[in-house]
Design a protein around this ligand. Structure first.
Ligand SMILES: [Mg+2]
Length: 226
């Protein structure tokens, strides 16, 4: 086996974040007795993605991220409400509505015991471990690294320094990063000197100057690389 350690991103690599977010968003409107309009979710997702990009580029910190995404959404959608409370409820709902992508659980089950694996995720400390528990994934991993817990995020090198410390410093040439995000997973892994596997189920175009070592459209293709 060329690789001795696998580092998995969580959201939209193992978790079906798009569906989870949609369900949690709707449940949050219901919880506050508010009426969700058809365009609201897409509007929120655009804002939230921009906030995460700003966070990854270190333009805003994690506390600002927590606060500002629903503030901006409420402003754009002309909704009166408490953005912070809405965010809290939304985070709780994300835990309870968490679901996995097709084949993700089976893949983890098949690889567990054959090759050590860790989760490397840019996520909020309130929810990320709960979501791994909720979906039954926690026992499969030797380490779980959550950006918000350590104060650094992918793609930055200190995030990977922290990860390597957690997993007892394997040889970089024997570690593979698997993730759906070019800007955080693939860039981060590449810059750290690791091989990378871009999980690209939607067949998006690579708009970066960096090439992933591998590209797969389905999780089970990973077997062929190991
Ligand atoms: Mg992801």
């Amino acid at each position: 086996m060329p690789y001795q350690y696998l580092l998995f991103d969580a959201d939209n690599t193992l978790f079906d974040f798009d569906q989870t977010a949609k369900d949690a968003f709707a449940a949050t409107f219901t919880a506050f007795g508010m009426t969700q309009e058809a365009h609201h979710f897409e509007q929120y997702i655009q804002i939230s993605q921009q906030c995460w990009r700003d966070f990854e580029a270190k333009k805003i910190d994690q506390d600002t991220l927590r606060r500002v995404r629903f503030e901006l959404f409420f402003e754009a959608a002309k909704i009166m409400g408490d953005a912070l409370q809405f965010n809290q409820q939304y985070l709780q709902n994300l835990i309870h509505h968490s679901s996995l992508l097709e084949g993700a659980y089976e893949l983890m089950q098949q690889l567990h015991g054959k090759i050590p694996m860790a989760i490397i995720t840019n996520g909020l400390k309130e929810i990320q471990r709960h979501r791994l528990n909720h979906t039954g994934l926690t026992p499969f991993f030797e380490a779980i690294v959550v950006s918000d817990e350590i104060g650094v995020s992918k793609p930055h090198a200190p995030f990977f320094d922290h990860t390597f410390e957690q997993i007892n410093f394997p040889k970089k040439s024997e570690v593979l990063v698997i993730g759906d995000s070019l800007s955080s997973d693939i860039r981060g892994g590449h810059n750290y000197g690791l091989d990378t596997c871009w999980f690209n189920p939607k067949g998006l175009e690579n708009n970066m100057e960096i090439q992933p070592t591998y590209e797969i459209g389905e999780l089970e293709e990973l077997h062929d690389l190991l």
